[in-house]
Design a protein around this ligand. Structure first.
Ligand code: NAG
Ligand code: NAG
Length: 545
């Protein structure tokens, strides 16, 4: 076996040699670039690949999944490596055979990234991202009771003084199908994460769809209910249920299956970001609300971006347990998602899975196709991007008309006839295509530990990209002394796949339940990570983390 030391020396020598050749030469052309409303972005090259075993377990004995959202903090350069603290957000627990009473959580890892500047398709580099699991924060409601991943009740919710009525599930037994006393808990389907300097964090959800604030120990501090137009409504009533029945009773389906108005089932607040000064929260719906074309997979492109201003510095805020003091709804914009042709040649909207702040008018967004990639029957993804959205010229639609609970449609047909036609009075954001994940000329500069080149499409092996990519984190190539800012405009953009807890060696309910997921085309779906090296517009002050 070649020792790691020998490998390290070999690569050191070759990188010194290349560096001296490169000095003075023009930098290599970027893999792609785009100018969005006068601001130049470049995807320079793929800079990293890594994976986390699908049967890794946390301190509570449960299977780890991480890719619904991510944050990297404490980023620093240490010799030839970078180190940081990574927060990984799992989805609502193992759910491919029904939702269950998994306590939502955040996992914390030490992250090590070792750049491989000489990686090429001819001589691919091995995995260069390491995840060293540290600990897990379990999430609980304002009263300290654990939250749950179970699909919420058809009507009603959890009430607590000073909070809006929150999605909640009433369950029998232990909520996994076994014996127990039953209970009612606040339901969370976690999709977006931001972490503040004091260790507190915000999580966006797709049941409500709500946004929740937690202290560093995972206790809920506040909850943001969305504008009325996004609340899911069935038969004239708020109905948080997402038509994903619990594992113990697959017959618990709502009537009608889909909401008449408001967010579509399982298309909630996937995108969450915050301005670096911590004063503004940005929230993006996965795809159009029902009344805005959401009923049609080819028309659901006009989704909504919400802006909330926050009471400054929560740790200095005397009213920090007064939820009404936290977030104020400020503005709302229409974001047109990209469309693509699927395998059957049909037009489909690429729903988005993550948002990342670049400036007050520009954001990175992660739109992608679904049901393709490793674990599914079709290995070929046709649209999987990080794109740029610009809202400089977009109309602020916040107000009674478009936020109405019954007739808040922004597109022509409303709930009757799904359409993507906006009135002339609404100027949507501009969408600028930026990074294509699926470029095999970049992907195959890296290979798995077993030697499979990273790629999109055939062959099906460990190097095939997973279906669901849902997390973004941005850190500087040249961090300045405090580890926050950047000397220059180059960044590493990390992204993670959400593996939906798909493994044949799974554990839930504090390790007491063993599960075997047999729904995927592979028995073990490891979480995957990629790193894109990017240049952001000159002088950018994006969210680092
Ligand atoms: C899925 O749930 C059903 C109903 O509870 C159960 O009978 C079946 O064994 C479950 N399948 C797996 C793979 O756990
Ligand atoms: C909303 O939908 C109704 C039909 O239900 C339609 O008459 C109206 O023009 C739509 N509004 C917009 C802004 O397109």
């Amino acid at each position: 076996m070649v020792s790691l030391k020998q490998l390290a020396v070999a690569s050191f020598v070759s990188s010194v040699a290349t560096a001296s050749v490169r000095r003075g030469a023009a930098p290599p052309a970027p893999a792609s670039s785009v100018t969005c409303n006068g601001k130049a972005y470049a995807y320079n090259n793929l800079a990293g690949f890594g994976s986390l075993a699908s049967d890794a377990r946390d301190q509570y004995g449960d299977t780890i999944s991480i890719g619904s959202s991510m944050v990297i903090r404490d980023w620093k350069k240490a010799g030839k490596k970078y180190k940081g603290t990574m927060y990984g957000l799992p989805d609502r627990g193992w759910n491919t055979n029904g939702t269950q009473n998994t306590i939502p959580r955040v996992h914390i890892f030490d992250l090590t990234f070792t750049p491989a500047p000489d990686a090429s398709v001819a001589k691919p580099a091995g995995p260069n991202i390491e995840f060293d699991y540290k600990r897990t924060i379990l999430l609980s409601g304002p009263d300290g009771k654990p939250m749950t991943g179970l699909d919420p009740d058809f009507t009603g919710g959890y009430t607590y003084t000073g909070f809006p009525t929150m999605p909640a599930a009433t369950y029998p037994g232990d909520g996994f199908g076994g014996p127990g006393p039953g209970d009612k808990r606040i339901s969370l389907d976690a999709e977006g994460l931001v972490v503040l300097d004091d260790g507190s964090f915000w999580i966006s959800d797709e049941y409500g769809p709500f946004v929740y604030q937690f202290d560093s120990k995972g206790n809920m501090l506040s909850a943001i209910q969305p504008p009325d137009a996004l609340l899911p409504i069935r038969k004239g009533q708020v109905s948080f249920n997402s038509n994903t029945p619990p594992i113990y009773d697959h017959s618990l389906v709502p009537t009608p299956a889909d909401p008449d108005h408001g967010r579509q089932n399982n298309q909630g607040f996937e995108g969450l970001s915050i301005s670096p000064d911590g004063t503004t929260l940005w929230v993006l719906l996965q795809s159009a609300a029902r009344q805005d074309g959401g009923a049609s997979s080819s028309k659901r492109r006009n989704t909504r971006l919400l802006k909330y201003s926050l009471a400054r510095a929560s740790s200095n805020n005397k009213n920090k347990h007064d939820p009404t003091a936290q977030a104020t709804y400020k503005a709302e914009y229409v974001v047109p998602l990209p469309t693509f042709q699927n395998a059957e040649g049909k037009t489909r909207v690429a729903a988005q899975s993550e948002l990342h702040y670049v400036s007050d008018t520009q954001f990175l967004v992660l739109p992608r196709d679904s049901s393709v990639g490793r674990g599914t029957a079709d290995p070929l993804s046709r649209y999987r991007h990080v794109d740029v959205i610009d809202i400089a010229a977009a109309t602020d639609i916040k107000g009674a008309k478009y936020d109405d609970i019954a007739n808040g449609n922004i597109t022509a047909g409303g709930i009757v006839d799904a359409s993507d036609k906006l009135p002339p009075s609404i100027t949507p954001a501009t969408l600028c295509p930026f990074i294509d994940y699926n470029l095999n000329t970049e992907l195959s500069k890296f290979a798995t530990a077993s030697g499979d080149a990273v790629h999109n499409g055939l062959p099906v092996n460990l190097g095939l990209l997973n279906e669901k990519w849902e997390a973004l984190a941005l850190v500087p190539v040249n961090p300045n002394a405090n580890g926050k800012g950047c000397d220059g405009d180059e960044y590493y953009l990390f992204t993670l796949s959400d593996n939906d807890f798909i493994t044949n060696n799974g554990y839930a309910n504090f390790g007491k339940i063993k599960f075997v997921d047999d729904t995927a085309t592979v028995p073990f779906l490891d979480s995957q990570a990629l790193v894109f090296k990017v240049t952001l517009p000159r002088g950018s002050k994006p969210l680092v983390g």
